[in-house]
Ligand binder design. Structure first.
Ligand SMILES: [Zn+2]
Length: 185
């Protein structure tokens, strides 16, 4: 029994270590491998903010002072990291904040509005579960270029996709760090 537990813990660790290595490789390729700690910090802020949107707590919720401060910090950290990203297109100073804010807002509202992220809906009779057509069964809301252009006034696909990549890594690093912490208990 003990051996089995040990093995399963070990395999989880190995899984973590291999994704972590991949993430470090990606950060190295971006020229920002030294931002690992900041990325993890960003991930922590993002997960707090997302949690507040989902759980509707009374002490920490969207609009709360601490929530607003965390969101502002998250935007600041994301700008700081993305600014040094090798492939990031040159942006004007005033574009950074709204663009990072938009990437985070998209990540916060990433559920399909039709199925609410479930990827499935009932048919009209309410009897058969079918794949949601609005999101092609992904459960994710896809922001169109028009959505984005309306906010930014111009096409920002490339910088936004880089920002989304960074957000994804930051989130994963934080989840892994929390997972390792729990495993030690
Ligand atoms: Zn859907």
């Amino acid at each position: 029994m003990r051996a089995r537990i040990y093995r399963s813990e070990q395999s989880t660790n190995l899984k973590w270590e291999s994704t972590q290595e991949r993430d470090i490789d990606v950060l190295t390729a971006m020229g920002i491998s030294d931002t690992y700690g900041v990325m993890e910090q960003l991930g922590g802020l993002l997960l707090s903010v997302k949690g507040a949107n989902k759980s509707r707590g009374t002490h920490y919720f969207p609009g709360h002072e601490r929530y607003k401060a965390d969101l502002k910090d998250a935007i600041r950290l994301l700008v700081r990291i993305a600014n040094r990203h090798r492939a990031m297109p040159k942006l004007r100073m005033r574009q950074w904040q709204p663009l990072a804010g938009m990437a985070i807002a998209e990540w916060l509202n990433d559920s399909c509005a039709v199925c609410n992220g479930a990827a499935q809906v009932k048919n009209e009779a309410g009897t058969v579960i079918i794949e949601c057509q609005a999101c092609n069964g992904s459960g994710k809301h896809r922001f169109t270029d028009e959505d984005r252009a309306r906010v930014m006034g111009e096409r920002m696909d490339k910088p936004l996709s880089i920002l989304h990549g960074l957000i994804g890594i930051a989130e994963r690093l934080k989840v892994q760090a929390v997972g390792r912490l729990l495993e030690r208990w």
